[in-house]
Design a protein around this ligand. Structure first.
Ligand code: PLP
Length: 410
């Protein structure tokens, strides 16, 4: 019997049930992935016991010589992975990485310019209920009539409002982002240029999506999405901003770093530096393109017309089903997705007219072209007949056959 089972059967039962769900369901949530067994294992080590406020070689606690090695490896590897001058691997998550950038460069009341949540941005980029929207004067840009980022409107707003900080990056935007263009306008108006690459980080590490590092003053990310590491955050920056960012994380925002998670980040960065990771990300992109094309052939509309990344938004209106209903019925067919507002969505945020689909997780478990096409067809089958119980059962059986053939952890 597993140690956890012996000491805490209730928690063990929840963990086992979640493990079974991850094995048996097709994961289509664009922000999720399956970390490797080595990444999982690193998080369950004695490093969780260690306090290490400060940075390698400059700590406020004794006994840090070994965790220093782990953190320095994480820093060196992530700098190499993205070609960055400097890196901070301590943010507990993507949101705290972004907050640290705000703390480093802004004062309450300052103006920031980010992508609107309703059109694909993240809530930490200025949404009204988030700290970024409450403490700062948040202006937003969005999409043009072709559902691409409206760069002209973004530039006009930057000139009109002179923000202290401009943010590029998104949670639900399928196209490539022109980071160079953002950098030019940031320079013109004297703004700090921050990119939040959380969604695209794995693709960027593998060179299949544009790298913002040469253009941005600071780049934030999560480590658990397409990058396939442990749940956490990072900040990459130009050397001149290293001190300001490091002080913003500690002592500005956080206390002791999570050394077991930092060790797991180091393990994940090493994995991402291997040639196989590039092949993996190429397949992530290919699987997304195959799914977008198949869903289009089945009568669904892909927002922005296509995907150039791991993610797509699907407009469900042609099928007469809401995002909320689609999420529920696909869940019953053992395919996990999230409802997502589409541009100019007529439905409320808790209902929506769209779903977001991503391919990082299914690609990790080994799905290639044929399985990606089949998965898209199964999604379309469910959306075509959401109330047909026999058909749902048939789809669930096909999902089960697929997930059995492609175990995640075995
Ligand atoms: N930034 C972007 C673009 C995201 O999509 C997310 C995750 O949803 C975050 C930041 C926040 O990351 P976390 O959930 O780790 O705080």
């Amino acid at each position: 019997r597993h140690l956890i089972e012996q000491s805490d059967p209730e928690i063990w039962a929840a963990i086992q049930a979640e493990h079974a769900r991850q094995e048996q369901h097709i994961e289509l949530i664009a922000s999720e992935n399956y970390a490797s067994p080595a990444v999982l294992a690193a998080q369950g080590t004695q490093l969780t016991n260690k306090y290490a406020e400060g940075y390698p070689g400059k700590r406020y606690y004794g006994g840090c010589e070994h965790v220093d090695v782990a953190e320095q490896l994480a820093i060196d590897r992530v700098k190499q992975l993205f070609g960055a001058d400097a890196a901070n691997v301590q943010p507990h998550c993507g949101a705290s990485a972004n907050e640290a950038v705000f703390l480093a460069f802004l004062k309450p009341g300052d103006t920031i310019l980010g992508m609107s949540l309703a059109e694909g941005g993240h809530l930490t980029h200025g949404m009204a209920l988030n700290m970024s929207g409450k403490w700062f004067n948040a202006i937003s840009y969005g999409l043009n009539a072709d559902e691409a980022i409206d760069y002209e409107a973004m530039e006009a707003k930057a000139r009109a409002h002179r923000p202290k900080l401009i943010i590029a990056g998104a949670s639900a935007y399928s196209l490539r982002i022109d980071f160079e263009r953002f950098a030019r306008i940031a320079k013109e108006v004297g703004a700090i240029f921050m990119v939040d690459m959380a969604h695209y980080a794995g693709l960027i590490a593998a060179g299949v999506y544009p790298n913002p590092v040469p253009y941005a003053d600071v780049v934030t990310s999560t480590t658990h999405k397409s990058l396939r590491g442990p749940r956490g955050g990072i900040i990459l920056m130009k050397a001149e901003f290293e001190k300001a960012i490091n002080s913003a994380i500690f002592p500005g925002l956080q206390g002791g770093p999570l050394m077991h998670v930092i060790a797991a980040k180091a393990v994940a960065f090493k994995e991402a530096l291997q040639p196989e990771f590039k092949l993996y990300q190429q397949q992530v992109l290919r699987n997304a393109q195959i799914m977008a094309q198949t869903l289009t052939e089945r009568g669904l509309r892909i927002v922005s017309g296509r995907t150039e990344s791991h993610v797509m938004l699907v407009d469900l209106r042609a099928k007469g089903i809401t995002g909320k209903e689609a999420e529920a019925v696909l869940g019953r067919a053992h395919m996990t997705i999230n409802k997502n507002a589409i541009p100019n969505d007529p439905e409320k945020p808790m209902v929506t007219s769209g779903v977001r689909i991503g391919t990082p997780a299914l690609t990790t478990r080994g799905f290639k072209d044929e399985e990606a096409r089949l998965t898209a067809n199964l999604v379309a089958d469910v959306l075509d007949h959401p109330r047909d119980e026999a058909r749902l059962e048939a789809v669930r059986a096909q999902v089960h056959a697929l997930t059995t053939r492609f175990p995640v952890y075995g």
